[in-house]
Design a protein around this ligand. Structure first.
Ligand code: IVH
Length: 700
């Protein structure tokens, strides 16, 4: 096949006046011209496909076709080393290691940015600019996400990447050209086109980063190889970019977005947005969330929008960079020795802060797992006070070498529990104390065991009061029995006083027992008893979830309810039955089967039912019976809570909406209905009571 291509191309060459041959350097004279041309074609094609894949996100060929072309080029360059060149796509895989990095001076210093932390800082920035320019007209800005990565500069001569450097101290950076070549979204040669002028000299600047997901994967890999994980994606990107062996960099999932230029010849632009546009046209990747040409009040709106979007973006951003758009104005404003006067970074509140570990407590969870929790000197992280952070398990404490008294970096991301990222070892005084996990359960003093393939220690006493409390909290929580008023504090008090031990005890609770508790009025006690009574009607999915079986969250509970249709069938399901279910793996199946095998658990289930609980899913009328029907609920129902009513409607295929319209099929009205009843009457919507609803859905 390769021979055919060569022959074909030879003929082709003979008949054409191929200028490559005319300008062929002396050392290439011994090489078959067809090979030279083939190498050149492959290089061009690979650069183009690379651009389509990594910059445009729109590939034209399959991955395997790309790989085949790459392999062929590697083979030709190995056979004819004279043909390999600094712009070859094969260098994406890295070059032999260096002893150390050389440094290189930036022709224009890579400045940093002034920071703003509140709206008034940004409004002041706008006023300062108007004052400096002696104008009262509106200033137009372009605002961009501030990517939390590493700044680099790439230099292109006649459209070819010649050097790449880090920011360094702003004046001199480290030369990391081979490493930058491995970043697929950094072009090695620029796209030339009919009406496209490639500047003879071009310096571009951008931010190198690693996606959050790739960062997690990289850290997992490192842990498996017993290497210390990176603290955050920025450190991972910085560490990867500064590898002396670029073959290592090549294996790291680095990406880049470009945001500016240094010295450039023959590029006429009037605004920053024009610059970005021109860069994009040359094949550079530009962030899609940039908002061009806006006023200062629109900048503030954009900042708020990005705060909302921040967690949805696949990479970390730590603020918004606001730049005066007009280049002429930028030049008039100039820069201080540190930063330009025409730009500012409006930083988001940090989600990582440093603080001190004042102690370590061990908590016992629902399934008996012992979790070490750090007590911290309270610190504000992204607007919330944090005074505790999970340390996960003993292995994590050892790996991160966390000691009591240490200064640590703590991170809060989204809604998850804050965690300790790492110790700031330079702050060690020598007075820190190492921590050891206890040999016995800190709550009930019974043995703890460590399962073979698990990092967690577990208290094996299922009657341990910590486990009992956590199980009952879970049982009463939203998504399970959803008992209003049965909060954590109440459960703890009841368990501590010996008034509550099993799930079924809840259904035997007396109003008087509750009334005598601390901070409990007669009214609240009555409300709780009422809530308990209402909770006795429950869907099968919620019932299964409430049992707190390991690995059975709301989602799996839903699958099990749908598959088996009744508690009876679930309890008698075999391992084979369970594994056969889509969405249930062997670990989950084992956990479920193991749970119902235990006499205590089957007994607990029977006890709950004996307490008067009715599972609504079991006597459901034919599925899909109310398909497409729209319900609205109003007033207080007698035996069902709102969420139960909603669930049984949805189980039979109906939908519940918030307000009455012409599309409403039924209004379910309880006592003291509101204006919805009048509206339903006006529109002629059918009005039904709770009994009718039950007849329509669950009862024969
Ligand atoms: S413009 C003179 N734009 O922030 C203007 N910088 O604190 C210099 N950065 O070193 C930079 N995203 O690493 C600019 N869209 C963006 C940016 C950005 C991230 C980084 C960059 C720079 C640092 C300045």
């Amino acid at each position: 096949m390769a021979l055919n291509v060569l022959l074909y191309q030879l003929q082709d060459l003979e008949s054409s006046n191929y200028d490559l041959l005319k300008y062929m350097p002396k050392f290439m004279e011994n090489i078959d011209p067809a090979v030279i041309r083939k190498v050149d074609d492959l290089k061009q094609a690979l650069h183009r496909h690379n651009y389509r894949y990594y910059v445009l996100d729109d590939p034209e060929i399959s991955d395997s076709e790309y790989d085949r072309m790459m392999q062929e080029l590697i083979r030709l360059e190995t056979d004819y080393p004279e043909l390999s060149s600094p712009d070859s796509p094969t260098l994406r895989v890295g070059a032999p290691p260096l002893d150390k990095f050389e440094t290189i001076e930036h022709s224009i210093p890579m400045l940093s940015l002034d920071n703003g932390f509140k709206d008034s800082d940004i409004i002041d920035f706008d006023l300062r600019i108007k004052r400096n320019l002696d104008t009262s007209s509106e200033i137009i800005y372009t605002a961009e996400p501030k990517l939390d990565g590493v700044a680099i500069e790439l230099v292109y001569e006649d459209g070819r990447l010649v050097t790449a450097s880090t920011r360094g101290d702003g004046f001199n950076g480290e030369l990391i050209t081979s490493n930058a070549r491995t970043i697929r979204s950094a072009p090695m040669v620029l796209e030339s086109g009919e009406d496209k002028n490639i500047p003879s000299h071009l310096e571009v600047r951008g931010e190198v980063f690693i996606r959050k997901e790739e960062f997690e994967r990289l850290n997992d890999e490192r842990l498996q190889q017993n290497l210390p994980p990176f603290a955050n994606p920025r450190n991972a990107a910085a560490g990867s970019l500064r590898q002396l062996d670029s073959r290592i960099t090549a294996k790291r999932p680095l990406e880049i977005f470009f945001y500016g230029i240094g010295v450039v010849t023959d590029l006429v632009v009037e605004s920053h947005w024009d610059t970005l546009y021109a860069l994009q046209d040359l094949g550079f990747r530009i962030n899609p969330h940039i908002r061009p040409k806006i006023t200062i009040s629109e900048v503030l709106e954009y900042y708020r929008e990005l705060i909302e979007k921040r967690h949805l973006l696949p990479y970390d951003i730590d603020g918004v960079v606001i730049k005066v758009d007009d280049i002429r104005l930028q030049q008039l404003l100039g820069a201080t020795s540190r930063s330009p006067r025409w730009a500012i970074a409006y930083k988001f509140k940090a989600l990582q802060e440093t603080t001190r570990v004042t102690g370590i407590e061990v908590q016992v969870g629902r399934t008996g797992v012992l979790t070490p929790v750090a007590h911290l000197t309270p610190v504000n992280i992204g607007g919330a006070m944090v005074s505790r952070a999970t340390l996960h398990n003993e292995d994590e404490i050892t790996r991160k070498d966390i000691r009591i008294g240490d200064t640590v970096l703590v991170q809060r991301a989204g809604d998850v529990i804050p965690e300790v990222v790492k110790v700031i070892s330079s702050k060690r005084t020598g007075k820190e104390r190492r921590f050891k996990m206890p040999q016995n359960c800190p709550v009930c003093n019974s043995y703890v065991v460590r399962a073979e393939d698990e990092a967690a220690l577990r208290c094996i006493n299922i009657a341990c009061s910590a486990q009992v409390k956590e199980r009952i909290k879970h049982f009463a929580s939203k998504g399970a029995f959803d008992i209003e008023g049965m909060g954590d504090k109440l459960v703890e008090q009841l368990v501590d006083r010996g008034l509550l031990f099993s799930y079924a005890d809840i259904f035997r609770m007396h109003e008087d027992t509750l009334k005598n508790l601390e901070r409990m009025g007669a009214k609240s006690a009555a409300n709780i008893i009422d809530a308990i009574a209402k909770s006795k009607q429950i869907t099968l999915a919620c019932f299964i979830y409430s049992l707190g079986i390991r690995h059975v969250g709301e989602h799996v509970a839903g699958i099990l309810a749908k598959t088996f249709g009744s508690l009876e069938k679930l309890i008698s399901a075999t391992m084979d039955d369970l594994i056969a279910i889509e969405g249930v793996g062997p670990v989950v199946a084992e956990s479920i089967a193991g749970f119902f095998e235990q006499y205590e658990n089957r007994n607990a289930v029977n006890d709950i039912i004996a307490g008067g609980v009715r599972i609504l899913g079991e006597n459901i009328r034919e599925e899909g019976r109310l398909e497409g029907k729209v319900f609205v609920l109003t007033g207080t129902l007698e035996t069902l809570t709102r969420s139960q009513a909603k669930k049984i409607i949805e189980m039979t295929g109906g939908k519940v909406t918030g307000s009455v319209s012409r599309n409403t099929d039924y209004l379910v009205a309880g006592t003291s209905p509101g204006s919805k009843l009048e509206r339903a009457n006006d529109l002629g919507v059918e009005i039904i009571d709770e009994e009718t609803l039950k007849r329509l859905t669950i009862e024969d």
